[in-house]
Design a protein around this ligand. Structure first.
Ligand SMILES: *Cc1c(COP(=O)(O)O)cnc(C)c1O
Length: 413
């Protein structure tokens, strides 16, 4: 068969059988009623209308970019499914008149982060940065420290992104140290804004210094100070002491804060712009805003994330080590596997130095491949010649599915 032959899309027998076996196992374990086996199999077959396969994240990395970053909580999933139908995304049902898209999500952001006068939601963090620098500095200069010229992943560099908007980068300071006078000396009639970027995926240690938002605010007069925080923490989190948050940056005088929706906030992919009413209004009216706007699914999931209980990301970051240990021990006992201490990570370019103390089941390295291609697919961490299965990011409800997946792989050896 050649590459384009439609017969290539016929599901593999072992995939179909694994799916049936998994549902049967759920019934044996009493998690679904025996009479529901057939309908559950049909539902699973229909659900595989997409080639995107659900994965149990057993890496211990909470915001895993290759697994779609933040997993949504149940309320956000429900909101997203319901928004997939006709919804009043741009309609005032009381009057029948057209309304502005995203007003509810903006209000939810203001409520969740009262330090922001107003907020805007766009496609992702990169889009937020493009919109902000285009609106504030196209044809002019963006002043930024050399220590903050970061590559965010997969070869994308913020300086290139900014340059693509027609704004010129005015780099100041040195990689390890930038002083307030470096900024002040660079500012002139051609400056559009001053940008601070949180270098979220690396740390510079040793002889370093950087200028705070508050110092910049006090020194740059009326120029807009933009802080790209990346992570999306709205308030300080004691578990992540070095991670900047929107409230602190706004209170320190940032006019605009940029963050992603699907990192530490635990929501859908989105770019959040928080700041002064006047600047947000200016960005919302910019022609580019239409090109980076979010869809109704994102708005629904974001609103539900902001107004609901703590997201799965927050839960995984703050997981109780004792509870993790109990869950890990139960699986280890059932399988006859050793438990080892294992640090989880925040991931997704956040808090690079912060270990999250926890545990892992230790399997031979060769188990990793069959786990990834099994059903359910399980992504373990391969490290130091071992296959490590960390339960931090596995929902507790899925422990038995994980146990079955591990058992199948161990029995097939
Ligand atoms: C992640 C990140 C971005 C890009 O955000 P996306 O939502 O991935 O587009 C920009 N700046 C910083 C500092 C980041 O950490």
């Amino acid at each position: 068969m050649n590459q384009d032959d439609p017969r290539r899309r016929i599901p593999r027998t072992d995939h179909l059988l694994a799916l049936v076996r998994d549902v049967q196992q759920q019934a044996r374990e009493g998690r679904i009623a025996p009479e529901d086996v057939e309908s559950a199999v049909l539902a699973r077959v229909r659900a595989s209308a997409t080639t995107l396969r659900p994965v149990l994240n057993a890496t211990g990395v909470v915001v895993h970019t290759n697994l779609g970053r933040a997993p949504l909580g149940p309320a956000a999933v429900e909101a997203l499914v319901s928004a997939a139908r006709y919804v009043d995304v741009e309609l005032d049902l009381a009057t029948g008149a057209r309304s502005q898209r995203g007003l509810q999500a903006r209000a939810a952001l203001r409520a969740a982060c009262p330090a922001a006068e107003d907020a805007l939601v766009v496609n992702n963090g990169a889009a937020a940065l493009v919109l902000a620098t285009t609106a504030l500095a196209a044809g002019r200069e963006v002043v930024v420290s050399r220590g903050e010229m970061v590559e965010i992943g997969a070869g994308f560099r913020l300086p290139d992104l900014i340059a693509s908007t027609g704004a010129r980068l005015r780099e100041v300071g040195a990689t390890n140290r930038t002083h307030l006078r470096d900024y002040v000396d660079a500012i002139g009639p051609n400056t559009g804004c001053v940008l601070k970027v949180h270098p979220s995926n690396f740390r510079v240690e040793g002889f370093t210094s950087e200028v705070t938002v508050a110092e910049l605010r006090a020194a740059v007069g009326d120029l807009p100070v933009v802080a790209d925080l990346g992570s999306g923490l709205l308030h300080p989190d004691p578990a992540l002491p070095d991670e900047p948050d929107a409230t602190t940056a706004l209170d320190a005088g940032a006019d605009l804060v940029i963050a992603s929706g699907d990192k530490l906030l635990g929501g859908p992919q989105a770019g959040l712009l928080l700041g002064s009413k006047q600047l947000i209004e200016r960005l919302a009216k910019h022609p580019l805003a239409r090109a980076v706007r979010v869809d109704k699914l994102t708005l629904a999931a974001l609103e539900a994330t902001l107004s609901g209980p703590p997201s799965p990301v927050t839960a995984a970051l703050h997981a109780d080590p004792d509870a993790l240990h109990r869950r890990t021990e139960r699986l280890a006992d059932a399988l006859g596997l050793p438990v080892v201490a294992h640090d989880g990570r925040v991931g997704g370019g956040g808090a690079p130095g912060v270990p999250l103390a926890g545990w892992a089941l230790r399997l031979p390295e060769s188990a990793a491949g069959p786990l990834r291609t099994g059903d359910p697919a399980v992504l373990p961490r391969v490290h130091d010649g071992a296959c490590l299965v960390d339960l931090r990011c596995v929902p507790e409800d899925d422990d038995d599915r994980l146990l079955s997946a591990l058992r199948r792989v161990l029995e097939a050896r």
